[in-house]
Design a binder for this molecule. Sequence first.
Ligand code: AMP
Length: 400
Amino acid sequence: MKVLVLNCGSSSVKYQLFDMTNESASAKGLVERIGIAGSRIRHNKVGDEPVVKNAEIPNHKVAIKLVLEALLDNEHGVLDSLDELTAVGHRVVHAGEKFACSVHINKEVIDALEECVPLAPLHNPANLAGIEAMMEVLPEIPQVGVFDTAFHQTMPDYAYIYGVPYHYYETYKVRRYGFHGTSHFYVSHRAAEILGKPVEDLRIVTCHMGNGSSIAAVKGGISIDTSMGFTPVPGVIMGTRAGDLDPQLITFLQEQDGMDPKAINHILNKESGILGISGVSSDLRDVEEAAESGNKRALLAENMLYYGVRKYIGAYAAAMGGIDAIVFTAGIGENSITARARICDGLAFLGAVIDPEKNNIRGKEAVISTDDSSVKILVVPTNEELVIARDTKGKMAELK
Ligand code: AMP
């Protein structure tokens, strides 16, 4: 059974083809700069060198045709015929309160996702463009939507309602949704497997730290709280997103600088966080380097990030009535030895003690706490594509 996983952005399509008989990926790639000059596809048959083809790619339909051509290519392809493809799984960012699990996509699902566009005006239209393009190109292939928000739908109301008048929730569905759900689900459940314990018995804080970062409290295998909110802006500082703020700061800045909502959104999403504080880069590697050579604002950005994550770990330990494991994932969580060490420094009072030698790894699964640390600390590389492929396979079985 072969499943194609698609992650469609406004100007890009990331793809991965899985053989679900053994859950192996046989090819992956990226279509970039859709609708912009210089568009191209980078295709990688697993085990081979990537190949790049420049082409005019005005829209998602052309992008998807190129993906299918690449998968069928005589030299670099992995399929003899599109008949081998059983289903397509899509990453979709926002399902609002409509879907708490993955769904087989039909007309009603598309309508529901369109209704969610005001909640994710940048992401959902791109995800829908990918779904609609796929439906046009391969109408007979079933498609499944896997949502970033779904895993967090188990949060209790007191964790997701904001302290503004309740009618804003009723009218505009203003509430905490949370994101990176597929990643928090994967790494928490994988951590339980690594520890050899049922996930139902564990209280885990998952730290997804990449260019976008979110922390989640996963109790008994379900999400009970997370640091992102109505949008992906809140929580810890990120590459270019601000993280938690006093909301009245926005109106203050509007009054001071006369900025409109678009300008404010740009600042909060693109000019803040690690980039905005350090003035160096949104990339933590550059900021770590600058801090080491004495740049004070780079050091401040690092300190803010590590302090912020540590505070969330403490808060979520309290929210879950204790903690059994801390899991690090995504670009920073998987690769930054310094970030993990600095975040966990001072968590011994919770029973979480990192082992510097075990922590000296990048990009692979490992338990990095000391043997006698009662809270286990793990690195688990995330694999959202595999979750999407598994869910797609699962939905196909239900359809039979
Ligand atoms: P992601 O969004 O998951 O791709 O993560 C991107 C972030 O991971 C960027 O801030 C990178 O600086 C960070 N990152 C990747 N590799 C390393 C590394 N070796 N050390 C520190 N940060 C890293």
